[in-house]
Design a protein around this ligand. Structure first.
Ligand code: XMP
Length: 511
């Protein structure tokens, strides 16, 4: 069964996900897979085309990343982008060297010949380059399609083997006709049709899950957030009675969150939750722990232990379903060649000897796509447009040790921020908003007395998929109001600051 029109081998470029996004926007289902996926696994997906993404490595370096060379013999059209382009050159015997002039940013390209890859695009179009290596000579059997001032071999290809290579990044918005070039590859070279949409994605995933699960049971852990709710709804629609939905209160949730989740599932989704209060276990294991990665791993392991225990109470539970997204996968760097940023608890934080097999139907898509899927499955807008909340919860928003007292302090500040966002309409205009409890004390004056209390930081960001973010330009009056309320109403906090860092280089969460 074909599971992807086009597979994209991910060599670690920060733009890889955009390639998939651009193709899906045109109705072509593209799936990102690690660069070292086995040839058999690639073949099993029956793709009509393969794209080799960009990446930070050099093909001539000792630690270069190579995919299975068998891909070049499959007879499936291939498009290499940046690192992928150099990989093609290297594979077919051309030399790739460090360029004297590194090329970053805009460049103009000119056609050497007319080609369907560039159909409906303009000679002299602007493209976006980001490379420090260059292809020195053309591999045998290939022809130049386009060149730039600095790159003689900006686009080249072999129409017989249907292998094409681009030095620039068509997926970024600065490449004026980039979308058209990707569409042309899919439509004219791979012969893909524009039939994909969220409805077809839901159907395909349901079919895959049904085939995989058979009569076994699936434990689905929900947090009340968008991702796990969408997974539960998707599973509920296809495996019905074989689904066991579990909600674990880890003691690291926002105020009244546990109650809210139970109500939502029961009344809105008609799913009966098994609720487990494990707050004492989580908090006792986090005692004295200050290192962010250690916190994440402890939380991940404890979750699995609790799921294991719950599963033992039912027969035939073989699978654990999670709402892992592509952005979680790539930041935990299990997807391929990118560097580990942090262990997302539902990806990098899982124990190696876990008994369950994982089902992660959202692993290939991004938050905004998950939201579209949620609407497609009939979830309420209120649930679908909730701000993301991380699996490790407030533990990664408390700098230093997580204690019951500090959790309470953070919850009180957090409620005020959320109340103000909702009452002013800013909640729906921002991607995510929360408070971070800092591990610094500062001096203040309240009435006529000196105080020496905690500081909280407000983190409010705009983003479209969480991969990049900028701080929200909230009005000063809003910030002033939230600050005043927190300091007046929450005993133990005497200072409020606003985080104005963007991602990258910062991340959205503080740990
Ligand atoms: P960062 O902090 O990595 O966050 O810029 C990007 C988005 O992911 C959320 N996040 C997590 N979600 N488990 C999750 O389910 C995690 O371990 C985790 N860490 C971060 C974060 O809230 C933001 O929306």
């Amino acid at each position: 069964m074909r599971t992807a029109d086009i597979v994209i081998l991910d060599f670690g470029s920060q733009y890889t996900q955009l390639i998939a996004r651009r193709l899906r926007e045109q109705g072509v289902y593209a799936e990102l897979i690690p660069f070292n996926t086995s040839l058999n696994d690639i073949k099993a997906k029956e793709p009509k085309g393969i794209i080799l993404s960009g990446g930070p490595a050099s093909v001539y370096a000792k630690d270069a990343y190579f995919s299975d060379e068998g891909i070049f013999e499959l007879g499936i059209p291939i498009l290499g982008i940046c690192y992928g382009m150099q990989l093609i050159a290297h594979h077919f015997g051309a030399s790739v060297v460090a360029a004297k002039e590194k090329e970053y940013g805009k460049a103009q390209i000119f056609f050497k010949k007319e080609h369907e890859l560039f159909k409906d695009t303009k000679d002299g179009q602007v493209v976006w380059m980001s490379h420090s290596d260059k292809v020195e000579n053309l591999p045998e059997g290939f022809e130049v399609i386009a060149y730039s001032e600095n790159s003689e071999y900006c686009a080249y290809g072999d129409d017989e083997r249907k292998i094409y290579a681009l030095q620039f990044h068509p997926e970024v918005a600065h490449s004026t006709f980039g979308n058209t070039i990707l569409k042309n590859f899919a439509k004219y070279i791979c012969k893909c049709e524009s039939t994909w949409n969220m409805g077809s994605f839901a159907k395909l995933q349901s079919q895959k899950i049904k085939n995989l699960v058979g009569d076994d049971k699936v434990l689905c852990a929900v947090s009340g957030g968008v991702d796990s709710s969408v997974v539960a709804a998707l599973l509920g629609s296809c495996i019905k009675d074989n689904l066991i939905v579990v909600f674990v209160d880890n003691g690291l949730l926002r105020k009244d969150e546990a109650k809210h989740v139970q109500e939502t599932f029961k009344t809105r989704l008609g799913i009966n939750l098994i609720s487990i209060d494990a707050s004492e276990t989580f908090l006792s294991r986090l005692k004295g722990v200050t290192d962010p990665e250690q916190k994440r791993k402890i939380i991940g392991n404890t979750f699995i232990e609790i799921f294991d225990k719950e599963a033992a109470k039912h027969t035939d539970v073989k699978y654990l379903a999670q709402g892992t997204l592509y952005s979680d996968v790539i930041e935990s760097s299990v997807a391929g060649a990118s560097k580990t940023i942090k262990s997302h608890h539902n990806v990098g934080g899982l124990p190696k000897d876990m008994k369950f097999k994982l089902i992660e139907p959202l692993r290939e898509i991004f938050k905004d796509e998950v939201r579209a899927l949620g609407l497609e499955l009939g979830l309420s807008r209120d649930l679908v447009f909730r701000h993301p909340f991380p699996g490790p919860g407030l533990a990664i928003r408390i700098m230093g040790e997580v204690t019951e007292d500090r959790l309470e302090l953070l919850r009180k500040a957090d409620v005020i921020l959320r109340q103000e966002l909702k009452s002013t309409g800013w909640y729906d205009k921002t991607w995510q908003a929360f408070c971070v409890l800092l591990n610094v004390h500062s001096v203040g004056v309240m009435g006529d007395n000196r105080t020496y209390e905690n500081a909280v930081c407000l983190r409010v960001v705009d983003a479209s998929d969480g991969m990049t973010a900028s701080f929200s330009r909230l009005p000063y009056e809003f910030l002033e109001n939230v600050s005043r309320r927190i300091i007046n109403e929450v005993e133990g906090i005497n200072r409020v600051v606003y985080d104005i860092s963007s991602k990258p280089p910062a991340t959205i969460e503080w740990e």
